[in-house]
Design a protein around this ligand. Structure first.
Ligand code: XIL
Length: 392
């Protein structure tokens, strides 16, 4: 080869490679969720008990591949970590923190104060009589101190109070409220601020946040806390949604309304109950569950029909289009579980039915919903910053 040809080749080859890379970028969807939503919001999932007990659990591999934020499904709840006075179960939360640290994953603490999965002893003295306000506030402080001392440096984001407001905007009548009074939520956030490191992020978290009553109560509370300098850093919309409810318009309206508070939104517990909840809307764990029947458990063997799979994929696509519109205000979107077998919706509100709410099926294989999100994102998203290639 003479020198001119060599020179030409040397000049053209990098150009050809850049052109191919450009074509590839334009035609190929990202292969993981974390790649797909990079620069938009953190994408997360929950880690349940079975995963913490088995290093080879298939969902752990998916967690490492796809997610950059993880929440422990139950490990930090009061009844799990501290079931009776002086008895602590740190194995699962320690494993959760270890897994996050080893894999460079951000961790979310769920949940400091919630009326559910909190044992009765918390509200009673040694004789079984109800505690008074100061004594209960003292117990809450002890719990916050314990969690902050052990995990405060590893876990930055905490759901401080969960589900303390009703659909109509009134306060839930829980033991916390009965004993402490209507300022229970405020006191919980004050305790968290006193006990946790300064750079912690504190959320108020709830379901049915598209319901106007609950929504406006949460917004008023956030504005009031901000005005009185009570630290609150984010709004957690759980997102236990169904195929028809809430509508995309309701979701967008809520995202708009919460954005106006100017504190970030976290979608904390996303899943889609494909099989539906005919009797109610929301995610109140206190309701009485019903047994599985042939009617309410139509696909008991784990085989999800392709038409159903497609419908689920479409609904996820529409939901993520709405979330992406508000990505400047959304900090994180977390799925409640990784594969369909992990999901709490196999047991709630119908006990023992086989549900299909997530992006990976009962065998941990990607569903149409995953493919659709990855593809959809690459089509919907114009790059936020001009890419270095485009500017040349
Ligand atoms: C659920 C867990 O997924 C189940 O394993 C447990 O039995 C009950 O709680 N809202 C919340 C979560 O904030 O903590 C709940 O998690 C689901 C509803």
């Amino acid at each position: 080869m003479n020198k001119t040809i060599l020179l030409l080749l040397a000049t053209l080859t990098p150009l050809a490679i850049s052109a191919c890379t450009l074509l590839k970028r334009e035609n190929t969807s990202p292969s993981t969720l974390k790649e797909a939503f990079e620069g938009r919001f953190a994408i997360g999932a929950t880690i349940g008990k079975a995963m913490l007990q088995d290093d080879n659990h298939p969902s752990l591999l998916i967690a490492k591949q796809h997610f950059i934020a993880l929440t422990a499904e139950n490990a930090f709840k009061w009844a799990v970590i501290n079931p009776s006075p002086g008895q602590y179960n740190f194995t699962a939360p320690d494993q959760f923190v270890g897994f996050g640290k080893n894999n460079g994953i951000q961790l979310v603490g769920h949940v400091l104060f919630w009326h559910s999965q909190t044992p009765d002893w918390v509200f009673e003295d040694l004789q079984g009589n109800p505690l008074d306000r100061d004594a209960l506030l003292g117990r809450m402080r002890e719990r916050a101190k314990m969690l902050a001392t052990r995990y405060g440096d590893s876990i930055k984001v905490w759901d401080v109070v969960n589900e303390a407001i009703n659909d109509d905007g009134s306060l839930r009548n829980s033991k916390f409220n009965q004993i402490i009074g209507d300022d229970f939520i405020e006191q919980a956030f004050r305790i968290a601020k006193d006990e946790f490191p300064k750079d912690s992020i504190f959320l108020y978290n709830d379901y049915s946040m598209t319901k106007p009553g609950r929504q406006s109560a949460v917004i008023s509370m956030v504005n009031d806390f901000k005005a009185r300098n009570i630290k609150i850093d984010g709004i957690g919309m759980q997102g236990h949604w169904s195929m028809e409810t809430p509508t995309i318009i309701e979701i967008e309206k809520s995202l708009q309304a919460f954005s106006e508070t100017q504190i970030p939104i976290h979608i904390t517990e996303l899943d889609l109950d494909y099989l539906g909840r005919s009797q109610f809307f929301g995610a109140n764990v206190d309701i009485e569950t019903l047994p599985a029947t042939l009617e309410n458990n139509p696909f008991p063997d784990g085989n999800f029909p392709p038409t159903a799979d497609k419908r689920l994929a479409e609904r996820y696509g529409q939901i993520f289009s709405a979330l992406l519109k508000y990505s400047d205000n959304i900090e994180r979107v977390t799925f409640w579980g990784i594969n369909d077998s992990d999901s709490w919706l196999n047991d709630w509100p119908i006990k023992g039915r086989t549900n299909y709410p997530l992006l990976f099926n009962h065998n941990g294989q990607p569903k149409a919903a995953l493919e659709s999100l990855l593809k959809h994102v690459s089509q919907v998203l114009a790059p936020k910053e001009p890419s270095p290639i485009a500017t040349h």
